[in-house]
Design a protein around this ligand. Structure first.
Ligand SMILES: [Zn+2]
Length: 195
């Protein structure tokens, strides 16, 4: 069959667009954080990141090309990416996870937290929140988000979306400094630094 004797292009709609495990997580993320973030499914890495000195780094382009992250959580107002979320197979013993390692390094180096969620048919909201908290803790204890003055509008928790309250750091290098902490602390580790 040549192109001239077909009426239609050789494309068909993929069905379903999201696998059941992806859809289940999409629904939960919307429920937990939908007020604060747009949950964008299947975003091309190429649309999120760019490569410095592309001529020297062709090899790195190939690593990105045609790959996507399962979900990108973007601020509802600015559409700025805030979290990547990737479903992962529960890891079996001794198994190397090269692809995940690359994805993790990519996000970390570019300063965007990436949350790995073990793939399931249904998710426990507390487990998912905990995975977000662990990721936030790993990238330095607070989400990469700052506000200028305490007089600015009180932010909502970047993790769970609840109200935040002004708190004082009680230990560590920033002792005495004020920051916004989630009202649900210590259950939720969401925090916003004040410059
Ligand atoms: Zn919170």
């Amino acid at each position: 069959m040549t192109e001239t004797d077909t009426k239609h292009l050789p494309y068909r709609l993929r069905e379903p667009f999201l696998a059941s495990t992806e859809l289940a997580l999409f629904r939960l993320l919307n429920q937990l954080m939908g007020e604060r973030y747009f949950i964008c499914p299947k975003v091309s890495l190429n649309d999120i990141f760019y490569i410095v000195r592309p001529n020297e780094n062709v090899h790195f382009f190939n690593k990105l090309f045609r790959k996507h992250v399962d979900f990108l959580l973007c601020d509802r107002h600015s559409l700025t990416p805030v979290f990547g979320v990737e479903l992962v197979r529960p890891i079996s013993k001794g198994e190397a996870r090269e692809a995940d390692k690359f994805l993790e390094d990519l996000f970390t180096d570019a300063g965007l937290p990436l949350v790995h969620v073990p793939s399931k048919e249904s998710y426990d909201p507390f487990e998912v929140i905990t995975l977000f908290q662990l990721t936030v803790t790993k990238v330095g204890g607070t989400i990469p988000m700052r506000i200028k003055r305490p007089n600015d509008a009180v932010p909502n928790c970047p993790i769970c979306g609840k109200m935040m309250v002004l708190r004082f750091e009680r230990n560590g290098s920033g002792i005495g400094k004020t920051y916004y902490g989630c009202m649900d602390s210590p259950r939720c580790a969401g925090a916003v630094q004040i410059d």
